[in-house]
Ligand binder design. Structure first.
Ligand SMILES: CC(C)(COP(=O)(O)OP(=O)(O)OC[C@H]1O[C@@H](n2cnc3c(N)ncnc32)[C@H](O)[C@@H]1OP(=O)(O)O)[C@@H](O)C(=O)NCCC(=O)NCCS
Length: 170
């Protein structure tokens, strides 16, 4: 179902996350995921990953935070890469393309500073439309159980090669 958005795509302002944005971003993430998010394997990654606010994106419209995509630095098999999440759009603003815009901006920003891959755990049904593919089964090892079909990657540099190994601290 397509929901009518209150904010036109053109009115959206995409900006890096600033320290003062953190409480609003945290509240949006809490509303979108609820307390169950802390059990996810992505949270285990974020316990050792290095937060990258300059790569994280906030979507604003008239001073209201509509969405966010946080980015982190990790290593996979020794290779430095970025890990994306949480990623959320306010319920009343979904299905207007804001999510895809957020992910695109996060990937563009990462590519501009020389990052080679964006890794995430999510639904292929959503992320395949915006450039993510499944990693080969068993090739990327996360710090906990996860459906391997949910481990997705977007290569930012076609020469960077595949990812292989455990996800570890940057
Ligand atoms: C996922 C999310 C950020 C997408 O934001 P959005 O602004 O609605 O995204 P877009 O407008 O780019 O895409 C919307 C489309 O994706 C679909 N979609 C959303 N989540 C999906 C999922 N998990 N699997 C498959 N399709 C999904 C929507 O149904 C919608 O389809 P439509 O265009 O036919 O209506 C938003 O639904 C959200 O915040 N969900 C709760 C938190 C969450 O699940 N985050 C992702 C964790 S990996």
């Amino acid at each position: 179902m397509t929901v009518q958005s209150a904010a036109p795509l053109s009115a959206l302002s995409l900006q890096s996350e600033r320290p003062r944005d953190a409480p609003l971003v945290d509240a949006l993430i809490d509303r979108a995921f609820g307390p169950g998010r802390f059990t996810k394997v992505s949270e285990r990654v974020r316990e050792f990953a290095t937060f990258a606010p300059e790569l994280s994106v906030c979507a604003w419209q008239a001073g209201r935070l509509l969405g966010c995509a946080r980015m982190w630095r990790v290593r996979v098999g020794g290779k430095p890469i970025t890990f994306l999440g949480p990623f959320a759009v306010e319920q009343d603003e979904r299905s207007a393309g804001f999510g895809a815009r957020l992910i695109d901006r996060a990937c563009q920003t990462a590519r501009a500073v020389g990052e080679t891959h964006v890794l995430l755990v999510g639904d292929a049904a959503y992320f395949a439309r915006i450039g993510f593919v499944r990693v080969t089964a068993g090739q990327v090892v996360l710090p906990g159980p996860v459906d391997p079909r949910r481990i997705l990657v977007r290569a930012l540099d076609p020469r960077a090669g595949d990812l292989a190994g455990s996800v570890q601290a940057a």
